[in-house]
Design a protein around this ligand. Structure first.
Ligand SMILES: NC(=O)c1ccc[n+]([C@@H]2O[C@H](COP(=O)([O-])OP(=O)(O)OC[C@H]3O[C@@H](n4cnc5c(N)ncnc54)[C@H](O)[C@@H]3O)[C@@H](O)[C@H]2O)c1
Length: 520
């Protein structure tokens, strides 16, 4: 359980933001001051006046403990978690602070003095410790509490719209609730939290590479919650993302007695996730599944958005379904065992997400692989936030979701023509630079953008130019085949600047590659 406590001075916006945040996360919202007022039948100033600050703090301590015990029947997954707005001095008491820090995360919201004065001016009479000259009182109160407020590690500047701030809190905590296609939580946390979520007779699907490092741990987490440790191991790699493996999964589900209420846990990269999701979507007309991604690419991309499927000999991902999991739990510590090439390849998607809509993430990426490895949690959370924003807006790829294809039109062609010698991320890195160069040539992007992108990608050892020897003709053929066979033009997601892409239809594919078709 991890409650979210919003803290900071009166006027920082805890109640407004708390309501939006709770709504976004499908959690219960509790405003502690309102609870105390309801319980005592007195306003906070009345309690302060008539009973004194000490008595008020006692009431606060009791209210805090009671608040955590209230249930929330309508929540889909993590039923007991809540968003709680605390009074401006609620954590001055050590007992309260220890209690909240043991039960969740405290987010400290801060705004400048002028804004606080402006916000509180209209109702300063309701704030007991601020009666009299508001600016003077506030200045002295903030000075008194400065050290206390500064001692909370998660600070946010609350000088922005409540909606933006709520989203920033979500990205900071790595907590999201998706509802555009099915309802599910996406959470960045330790895998030990897995059993906080409802599941029935679970079975793990994974491959040998992952099992070697992580299966025992996940099995023992299940066993600690009295589930049987059951698992199915499939062969690793894209070459096994096929109907044969799917059939094996269906058979294993049957042999293990899975019924319509059972839960399948996909422990692995995009290959395991795609196949497990597809097998779950079709077994007994659909059973629950949980994604526990173990590669960077699957954490920030493949496990989000509900696409499942497998390959045919004729092409990748030709069979599939939209079937979101019931939960995505991303534990960045899984990445510590990921082969270096997979890690670098995954970084291409992270950089892509920065280019699409998070310039700060792009800047963080420019610090290189060592910095990323030391700050995996932050990088994973930010990159996940970008993808979720896009897929919630356009779950079935009718419009803006195509922004996620940045680098992919050229990239898929490079991947295909290289006969998959290049990892997906390596091909996408090449694609992003080629598409940025094209955007510059047609005036959609400022000169130099492609170079900025190439520079960041190369810090991860990713390739940034189409191999000389690669047949441009074959690439154009591949671009046309890539799921858009009969289209006269292909829609590209072109980078316009870092943080912004534009969808552009292109009919002359040769111009993207600076290549003139001179016939057969
Ligand atoms: N569904 C979607 O929306 C979506 C989006 C993008 C990509 N994909 C799919 O994802 C697949 C690629 O996924 P991927 O890049 O995660 O590759 P992957 O699943 O093939 O995993 C890469 C390799 O790393 C190993 N591995 C995984 N986690 C490990 C760990 N923690 N420690 C050690 N080894 C580990 C795997 O066994 C495998 O050999 C493709 O099939 C692609 O089509 C799907």
């Amino acid at each position: 359980m991890s409650h979210i406590f919003l803290y900071g001075p009166s006027g920082a916006g805890k109640s407004t933001i708390g309501k939006i945040l709770a709504n976004n996360l499908n959690l219960l919202f509790i405003d502690l001051d309102r609870v105390i007022e309801t319980k005592t039948g007195m306003s906070i100033p009345q309690i302060m006046d008539q009973k004194g600050e000490l008595a008020f703090r006692d009431l606060e301590t009791v209210a805090l403990k009671d608040a955590l015990a209230v249930g929330h029947a309508s929540s889909v997954t993590n039923a007991q978690d809540k968003v709680i707005a605390l009074g401006g001095g609620a954590l001055l008491r050590a007992e309260n602070r220890t209690f909240v820090e043991n039960n969740g995360k405290v987010i400290l919201l801060m705004v400048g003095l002028d804004t606080l004065v402006e916000r509180l001016n209209s109702h300063s009479n309701k704030r007991p410790l601020l009666a009299g000259d508001l600016r003077e009182k506030l200045t002295s109160l903030l000075a008194k509490r400065k050290e206390h407020y500064n001692s909370f590690p998660l600070h946010l500047d609350a000088n922005q719209t409540p909606e933006k701030l709520a989203w920033q809190i979500q990205a900071l905590l790595g907590r999201f609730h998706l509802s555009a296609m099915g309802e599910y939580d996406v959470i960045v946390c330790q895998v030990s939290n897995l059993t906080n979520f409802p599941m029935q007779s679970p079975i793990i699907v994974t491959d040998k590479n992952i099992a070697k490092f992580h299966l025992k741990k996940v099995e023992s987490i299940l066993q600690a919650s009295d589930y049987a440790a059951r698992s199915v191991l499939v062969l690793a790699g894209e070459e096994h993302k096929n109907l044969e493996t799917i059939s094996r999964l269906w058979k294993c589900f049957l042999e293990n007695g899975l019924d319509r209420k059972s839960t399948v846990i996909a422990l692995g990269g995009g290959v395991i996730g795609d196949m497990t999701g597809f097998a779950a979507s079709t077994y007994m007309r659909g059973i629950d599944w949980i994604a526990v991604p173990t590669t960077l690419l699957s954490m920030v991309d493949a496990s989000l958005g509900g696409k499942t499927g497998f390959d045919l000999p004729e092409g990748k991902n030709l069979i599939g379904s939209f079937y979101p999991p019931k939960l995505v739990l991303a534990d960045p510590s899984f990445l510590l065992t990921l082969p270096e090439r997979e890690m670098r390849s995954g970084m291409a998607e992270v950089v892509k997400h920065g280019i699409i809509s998070d310039p700060e993430l792009f800047d963080l990426c420019s610090r290189g692989l060592d910095w990323v490895k030391a700050n995996l949690e932050e990088v994973v959370k930010r990159a996940i936030a970008v993808k979720i924003k896009v897929i919630e807006e356009d779950p079935y790829e009718k419009g803006f979701r195509a922004a996620l294809n940045l680098g992919h039109t050229v990239g898929h062609a490079v991947e295909l023509v290289s006969k998959f010698e290049l990892r997906h991320g390596e091909a996408i890195a090449i694609g992003m630079v080629a598409e940025a160069q094209y955007a510059e040539r047609i005036g959609a992007a400022k000169k130099g953008l492609s170079q900025v992108i190439a520079q960041v990608l190369s810090t991860f050892g990713l390739p940034t130019s189409i191999p000389e020897e690669m047949s441009r003709k074959a690439m154009i053929r591949a671009m046309r085949v890539d799921k858009k066979k009969n289209a006269a033009s292909i829609r590209f997601a072109l980078p316009v600047e870092i943080g912004k892409v534009e969808l552009v239809n292109v009919s002359n594919l040769g111009s993207v590659l600076e290549w003139i078709d001179d016939g057969p």
